[in-house]
Design a binder for this molecule. Structure first.
Ligand code: TYD
Ligand code: MG
Length: 455
């Protein structure tokens, strides 16, 4: 049998150490390093769980239900992000900036599941039950049979959950609950980690689907949720720009379905409403054809989404011109500017460059390279692309264009929304769609010459 190893961890930042010391190398805090005590041996406390499950052969499992049993909320956008319904006995983390709408989303989800006959408990550590009730009333959900509790002591929460055995338990949020065996403040890494561990093991033992809410700031300042990501089955991020009404629920990890799947919602006065056709909505308030505006035919998860990429190029007053990006990766923008300069001779030196993905959506696909390059070229050359053209493709450092996956789906979505032409890399499998005029380009230089008449 393996020898038990004593380890130490910092109660401030969660860094683990082999030896005790007075000061943590990770965060610099003093007197925060403590020996890790396994929960089952906590001082004078009864073990919360106890070891369950004995070993079995993998082949014995084959007879068990292979697709995991799932529950459907009836909110199609939510069910899709879960990978096709919420899996029983699963643990999910829903992360997002404070105020983005996590509590609203989960209260609506709780009500939807309850209306489908599931037993749902919503534990709020942030709001009093009266407040949650008021919110439910405003959302028109007051009649749903969701049980509410305002509690932060995890021992009490687990006692209630073990007695009630609900189908779904929502803990809002994991930063507010605390365990009396852990000697640090609620919200600290060790509290969050221990609480998440207890709740996930509760989910596995009792077959309850547990959803944990976690606040994350843009700087990753608030301790916690990152360490929880490893413990849970599914990690969803709820994102959006505060000024925009769109909210996107994105699966960044999913043991039971595709990652990167998104659900699109709109924040209204009466809560979140589902957006079944995001492309149409992202493109609604498009201005007249303007230089710098290009429609990108993207794929988010399993479905195509059309979004507008906007670029603005202006003479700079600064010695180091500004490069500002919203909704895309800043270093990828630098890469594309470098490729345009090195491979097509188009320089942006002395120019400020602004790039914006309209609608508040964040794009991470490399397939957006070509749309970004076209937006930059269009802004730089002051030449608008026809407004009924979509663009997609990956740009390599050599200046060649690389085909991307699911070209046919992208084109189909574009045709459905009334687009008539597409610019894409040579080699894309475009299928037999003859609704669209497809302009295949092998590399950047040819594209610059043919599309923008420059070079
Ligand atoms: P909330 O769900 O409390 O955010 P989180 O739990 O992520 O911190 O949402 C708060 C925001 O949502 C708040 O700014 C108001 C807005 N909101 C609406 O616009 N409409 C609504 O019906 C509700 C309930 C909230
Ligand atoms: Mg909240």
């Amino acid at each position: 049998m393996a020898k038990p190893i004593t380890s130490y961890s910092c109660s401030e930042c969660g860094a683990t150490h082999k030896k005790w010391s007075g000061r943590c190398d990770g965060c610099g805090a003093w007197n925060t390093i403590k020996e890790d005590v396994p929960l089952s041996q906590g001082p004078g406390k009864k073990a919360l769980g106890g070891l369950k499950g004995s070993k079995m052969a993998l082949t014995d499992l084959a007879t068990e239900e292979t697709p995991p049993p799932r529950q459907y909320s009836g909110m199609a956008e939510l069910d899709r992000v879960f990978g096709g319904g919420l899996v029983n006995a699963s643990a999910t983390l829903v992360g997002g900036d404070p105020g983005i709408g996590k509590s609203t989303l989960l209260l609506q989800a709780a009500a939807s599941f309850a209306r489908k006959g599931l037993k749902v408990i919503y534990v709020s550590g942030e709001e009093a039950t009266a407040q949650v009730r008021m919110r439910a009333q405003r959302l028109g959900l007051a009649d749903a049979s969701v049980q509410l509790a305002a509690e932060t002591n995890l021992r009490n929460i687990l006692t209630t959950l073990e007695a009630e055995k609900p189908d779904l338990a929502i803990i809002d949020s994991v930063q507010t609950v605390w365990l009396d065996t852990v000697d640090s403040a609620p919200g600290s890494v060790s509290q969050v980690r221990a609480s998440a561990h207890e709740l996930t093991s509760f989910a596995k033992r009792f077959g309850t689907a547990v959803v944990l809410v976690g606040h994350v700031t843009k700087e990753g300042q608030i301790a916690g949720p990152r360490v929880v990501e490893h413990m849970v089955d599914t990690v969803l991020y709820f994102e959006g720009e505060r000024g925009h009404q769109f909210r996107i629920l994105r699966a960044v990890k999913n043991r039971f379905g595709p990652a990167d799947e998104i659900g699109v919602f709109e924040m209204t006065g009466a809560g979140l409403s589902e957006v079944a056709n995001p492309s149409a909505l992202f493109l609604t308030d498009r201005d007249a054809p303007a230089p710098g505006s290009v429609v990108f035919a993207g794929i988010e998860g399993t479905r195509p989404v059309l979004v507008e990429v906007q670029a603005l190029v202006a003479p700079s007053q600064l010695s180091q011109p500004r490069r500002a990006v919203v909704g895309w990766d800043g270093s990828r923008l630098s890469m594309i500017l470098a490729v345009l300069e090195a491979r097509a001779g188009i320089s942006f030196a002395g120019l400020d460059v602004y790039l914006n993905i309209a609608g508040g959506i964040k794009i991470s696909e490399p397939a957006a390279d070509l749309a970004v390059a076209c937006a930059l070229l269009s802004a730089r050359e002051d030449a608008a692309l026809p407004p009924t053209t979509v663009v997609f493709g990956e740009l390599s450092l050599s200046g060649a264009l690389r085909p991307v996956s699911q070209a046919e789906n992208r084109l189909k979505e574009a045709a459905k929304l009334g687009f008539t032409a597409a610019i894409a890399p040579t080699g894309c499998k475009t299928g037999t769609s003859d609704d669209l005029q497809i302009n295949l380009q092998p590399d950047l230089i040819t594209l610059v010459g043919e599309v923008f008449g420059a070079g």
